[in-house]
Design a protein around this ligand. Structure first.
Ligand code: ZN
Length: 241
């Protein structure tokens, strides 16, 4: 069975729609969402609803928590804070209630996968996994074959071999018997790996790999401009930073 994992949509409905169109054209049967439906971009209502309609598991991100008033915005930089405050005003109550039903983490035993936004070690601390050391520590905090995370907006795959050795892969890895994997699926709505295209992850019987999709960035940026969202957030979409 082929499934997709998407994360960090950040109110970017153009990017989300482009990804879902690609997914529909493929043999993907199920989609999981890893958090941050909202924050930064111009369409929080549409993105929350679309994620809820298309995904079979939904995880909460730190921006989602902040918009729901469950996380202090002091933890965010000034641009993120402005976008969160704008989102709080903009979003309708029904979609906030939808968002509130998303989970902090989910283990899906039948697929042998674990889903969390930041880290399996302490999901509510909103730490990042960047290095082999970060990965090595976090492998102790899930017992499934694969753990998927989002949060940094930078896709990666860490593989822990049966010998205990941990290696990293950039774009793809073939699944092997005794190995376990820690995967950042990248960001749909605000990629930060110097590739402006929407990013998501696919898993089939034999491999884990990423897909990139072009979307109408100009349209998203024009809406952000119209709503008075910070120019830094508007410009960074063009560069994937
Ligand atoms: Zn995010």
């Amino acid at each position: 069975m082929i499934y997709a994992i998407i994360s960090d949509v950040h109110s970017n409905i153009e990017a989300l729609t482009a990804v879902l169109i690609e997914i529909k054209k493929s043999k993907i049967e199920e989609i999981f969402f890893l958090g941050d439906a909202v924050g930064y971009g111009p369409n929080p209502d549409e993105c929350t609803k679309t994620v809820n309609d298309h995904c079979s598991a939904m995880i909460l991100g730190n921006h989602d928590m902040a918009v729901l008033g469950l996380l202090d915005i002091e933890f965010f930089n000034v641009y993120a804070q402005q976008a969160i405050q704008w989102t709080v005003q903009k979003m309708n109550v029904n979609n906030k209630l939808l968002l509130k039903k998303f989970d902090m983490l989910r283990k899906i035993s039948q697929k042998d996968i674990f889903l969390v936004h930041s880290t399996p070690k302490k999901p509510e601390m909103w730490a990042y996994i960047y290095t082999l050391w970060d990965a090595a520590e976090n492998f102790h905090y899930f017992d499934t074959k694969i753990c998927f995370v989002g949060h940094s907006h930078k896709p990666f795959i860490f593989e822990k071999k049966p010998s205990g050795e941990i290696v990293s892969h950039k774009e793809r890895v073939s699944l092997s018997e005794g190995s376990r994997y820690l995967v950042n699926v990248g960001s749909v709505g605000q990629p930060r790996d110097r590739d402006h295209r929407a990013c998501y992850c696919i898993v089939n019987e034999g491999a884990i790999f990423f897909r990139r999709v072009e979307y109408d960035i100009k349209m998203t940026q024009n809406k952000m401009l119209k709503y008075g969202l910070p120019s830094y957030l508007i410009e960074r979409l063009s560069y994937g930073i």
